[in-house]
Design a protein around this ligand. Sequence first.
Ligand code: M6R
Length: 615
Amino acid sequence: MCGIVGYAGGRSALDVVVAGLRRLEYRGYDSAGIAVLADGGLAAAKKAGKLANLEELLEGQPLPAGSTGIGHTRWATHGGPTDLNAHPHLDNAGRVAVVHNGIIENFAALRAELAERGHALESETDTEVVAHLLAEQFSSSADLAEAMRQVCRRLDGAFTLVAVHADEPDVVVGARRNSPLVVGVGQGENFLASDVAAFIAYTREAIELGQDQVVELRRDTVTVTDFEGKPAEVRPYHVDWDVSAAEKGGYDYFMLKEIAEQPKAVADTLLGRIGTDGRLTLDELRMPDRLLREIDKIVIVACGTAFHAGMIAKYAIEHWTRVPCEVELASEFRYRDPILDQRTLVVAISQSGETMDTLMALRHAREQGSKVLAICNTNGSTIPRESDAVLYTHAGPEVAVASTKAFLTQVVACYLVALYLGQVRGTKWGDEITGVIRELSEISTQVEQVLETMEPVRELARSLKDKNTVLFLGRHVGYPVALEGALKLKELAYMHAEGFAAGELKHGPIALIEKDLPVVVVVPSPRGRSVLHDKIVSNIQEIRARGARTIVIAEEGDEAVVPYADHLIRIPRTPVLLQPLVATVPLQVFACELATARGNEVDQPRNLAKSVTVE
Ligand code: M6R
C-alpha cells in the first residue's frame, strides 16, 4: 500500500506532487507528506489523516517554491497514523528525505545499530532508518544514487523507496524491490510514482522498473542500474488511457463511475480477441498451445474480490475443459505445501498486479516448476511481469477501493481462457465456442439494462441503513456472487455481512435467521439446472417462514419466486454460467448506496487500501 510520487523538472514540485498524491490516495489515506528541495535546503510538511489535512497545513505554512520534490500517502504498517510517523522521514541534519512503500523486515537491527552510532530516531516506523543510513552513505560518496544502492543492499523485505538530498538539488532517486514504482518520461521533466495515474496528466510515456533496481531522475535524464550499480535494461511503454479515465467524470464517487463503466469494460475485454472465423485468438498469452494441451490441473490463486472471480471461473473451466480446477486464497496457498508440477497451470488473478499474497503464491508455483498465467488489469505491474503468460482485462483504471468493473472483467477474462483451453484441447467445438462468445458479447447490453433499473435497489438500501446484519445466499455460480455481495457490504457499509452456499443453510446458518433479518438470495435460472432453482426457492420459503426479510435476485420471467420475495430484483435472462456478470451488479449498487446512507466514505473505506502490497 502507500502511494509515492517524485518529480524533477521545471514546474512547481509542490503542485505536481500534491496533484499526484491526490490520484494515489486510494492506495492509503492514513497520512500524507511532501518534501521539496529549494534555496539550498530541504523543506518538508506532513500530516496525519487524508491529503486534505496536508493541503490545509500547506495553506497556512506554504513550502518554498522548488522544482524537485517527493510525496507520500500512507497506509500504516509500523507505527500508528500520526504526524510523527507520517512520511517523509528525514535524517538528523534534515538534509535527506525519504518516502517508502512496503516493510523493511530487518529495521529493528538497523535501528539499534544507528542508535549505537549516535543517531536519534523519532518515529515508530521502519522507514526512518533509511533516511539515516542514506545520510551516512552520502557523506562518503556525495552521490545519492550510489548511497541508495549501498543502503538497499542492507535491507530485507519489500520496499519502494524514493529520496532526495539537499546537496543534490536536481536529483530524485528511487529503488524498487517487490513493491511498484514506475517512471514517467516527460519533456524536460521526469516523474516517479507507484502508479501511472500520478503523472498521466503530464505524460503517457512510462518505464517499468524491474526488481532490485535503482533509478536516478533528473529533469533531462533517467538512469537505471541494479543494486550493484550495473546499468539495467528497462522497458518503455505507452499508457493507453488518458487523464479523464482517472477522474470522477461528474460522479460523486469513483465507485459509481466504475459501476457505470462496466458495460464498456466487459466489451473492451472481449475486443480483439475473437477472429473473423469466430475462433479465439489470444496471441498475447505468450504460452504455446502445446503447453496448454499438456496441463492436467489448473489452480487459481487470488485474494478478495479476485478470489470470488476465480471461484466463478472454476465452474466454467471444469465444465468446458474437463481439466480439474482448484481455487485457493493466495494468502494460504504456499503455506500448505500444494502439489504442483510442470503440468499444473496456475492462474493468478489480480486487478492491481501488486497484491503481495498473490505475488508470493505465483513465485512459489514457479519454483515448483508450474507455469503461471496472470489475469491482470494493470499493464507492466509485478504479477504479469513475473508470470509466464498474461491476459489483460481492459477495465481501465479502477480507483475506488471496492472492486467492481475489475471483477466483471476478471470473470470474462477467465472465461476466455477457459474457452481457449477448450479450443486448443478440443473439448469444445468451434460452433460451441462461437455460441458462448456471442452470449458473452450480449452481456455488456444486459449489464446496461440492469444499471437502468437500479432505483428500487437504492431505495431498499436506504431503508436498511440501521440494520446490523445482512446475509447472502447463492448456489452454484451464485454462491461466489453471494460472497462478493457480502464482501462489498462489509468493506463499504461496515455491516456484518456473510455469504453462504444455500445448500449449507440447514447445516448451521439457518440458526441466524430472526425476524426482519434481511437475506439476499441469488436465484439460479429456472431454465438451466432447474433442480437448483427449485431447491433455492424452497430455501427462500424456509427462511421466510422464520421471519427473514427476503431480497430475491431472480431473472426476468421467473414467477416461482414471486410469492416468497419481500423485495424482488429482476435481472436479464442469461445462460447459467454468465449469470454472475449481471447478478453482481445490483449487489454493488446496494452496498454503495448503503454506505452512502450510513455516511461512510465510499471510495476510501476505513482501514483499507486499494492494493495490499504487504503480506
Ligand atoms: O488488486 P487485486 O485484485 O489483487 O486485489 C485483491 C483484493 O485485495 C481486492 O479484490 C479487495 O478484496 C477489494 N477491495 C474488494 O473490493
